[in-house]
Design a protein around this ligand. Structure first.
Ligand SMILES: NC(=O)c1ccc[n+]([C@@H]2O[C@H](COP(=O)([O-])OP(=O)(O)OC[C@H]3O[C@@H](n4cnc5c(N)ncnc54)[C@H](OP(=O)(O)O)[C@@H]3O)[C@@H](O)[C@H]2O)c1
Length: 332
């Protein structure tokens, strides 16, 4: 376990050289992404941060950006409006970023929630939680790979359920969970989570110059469990009476969550470059040190899950890769 004191001590050592100079936060409008933006800007380093978000979050995010500029006048925090549940919008937003930047040091992805309500497909025909937690995130990565490759220590962090995947997590004969018996909060989360791992594991092998993370945040009371359900449903009562209270009681504070993710964004514990680290060196999904895909848990430990990932590589990678490419290619 990386203790919170170790996390804070490491983050206190972040310099102009180790802070990501250009970062893209998709999901920085609330929750873990938002807390991480705050932690990053609060280092005082000269960073440029793009926060991508939907129209309904623009006003409060612009107020947040003003606050960030008063915390760190050297930070340049930029709002980009985009409805990222639509893949065409992801492509448009990436076009804006490509016009403005020639390199990206950090791509931080946190959009989404569990499918606790009735199925809702976007105008593009993909179920919304799967788009937010998987297809939209992977499209951002694929579109921005050329800019990531230009950075010295590029990192991609997808926050969902890294390390929790099992060999049976992906429903290979129903990739979009169209059968009602396959659709639901539990199946939806573990399916999308394992898809993140499998797709990024392949990207990490194809792009060894980039460090990829699929990370599990643990419990953080962000309001995430309040998304996507019908008022007065059984789930609504379960959340109100039980789940939210448990998360509040046992989860990480917003501050600690942001600091833990800033650690993942900057520490040499993963991949060898970044803020010097004297603790245990992180091991990737190939059970190796160096770059690759790191599955990181809520304590910032690497949980390579290498036996499971090796089996998923054999059993699921081809299908996941081809299926995903078929969808993404319409927007590339
Ligand atoms: N929090 C936890 O305890 C926990 C535990 C395990 C896994 N996770 C997973 O980790 C990820 C990050 O969690 P979090 O708690 O930070 O999430 P969050 O705060 O609830 O939401 C993260 C982002 O998703 C965006 N989003 C939600 N619905 C959207 C929609 N329909 N269209 C466009 N954007 C939408 C939000 O935008 P707006 O600000 O515009 O709403 C926000 O920027 C999520 O996938 C979550 O399921 C969370």
């Amino acid at each position: 376990m990386v203790t919170y004191s170790q996390v804070k001590a490491s983050n206190a050592l972040i310099t102009e050289a180790t802070a990501p100079r250009v970062s893209i936060f998709v999901g920085g409008t609330s929750g873990v992404g938002n807390y991480t933006v705050r932690a990053l800007v609060s280092t005082g380093a000269s960073v440029r941060v793009y926060i991508v978000g939907r129209k309904s979050s623009e006003a409060r995010t612009r107020a947040f950006i003003e606050e960030l500029h008063s915390i760190n006048s050297k930070a340049d925090v930029v709002w980009i409006g985009g409805e990222v549940s639509l893949l065409a919008e992801v492509t448009r937003v990436c076009g804006i970023i490509k016009e403005k930047e020639s390199r990206i040091d950090l791509l931080f992805l946190t959009t989404g929630y569990a499918p606790v309500g009735v199925r809702e497909d976007t105008a593009e025909g993909i179920e919304i939680t799967q788009t937010l937690e998987y297809y939209s995130r992977m499209l951002f990565i694929v579109q921005l790979l050329p800019l990531l490759r230009e950075a010295e220590n590029p990192r991609v962090i997808s926050v969902l359920g890294g390390g929790l995947e099992r060999t049976s997590s992906i429903i290979l004969d129903d990739m979009e969970l169209r059968k009602p018996s396959n659709f639901g909060p539990f199946n939806g989360q573990i399916h999308c989570s394992a898809m993140n791992t499998v797709f990024m594991d392949r990207l990490a092998r194809e792009h060894p110059e980039i460090t990829f993370f699929h990370s599990w945040p643990g419990w953080v009371n962000t309001g995430n469990v309040n998304r996507g359900y019908e008022p007065n449903s059984k789930w609504a009562w379960f959340v109100w009476l039980f789940l939210e209270r448990i998360i509040e009681l046992f989860g990480f504070s917003h501050e600690e969550s942001g600091q833990r993710y800033l650690f993942q964004c900057t520490s040499a514990a993963y991949g060898g470059q970044g803020t010097p680290w004297n603790g245990k060196t992180g091991v990737n999904t190939m059970n190796e040190t160096g770059k690759g895909l790191f599955l990181v848990n809520n304590k910032c430990d690497c949980t390579p899950n290498s036996k499971v990932v090796a089996e998923l590589r054999q059993k699921a990678e081809g299908k996941v890769w081809n299926y995903t490419q078929e969808i993404l290619k319409r927007y590339l």
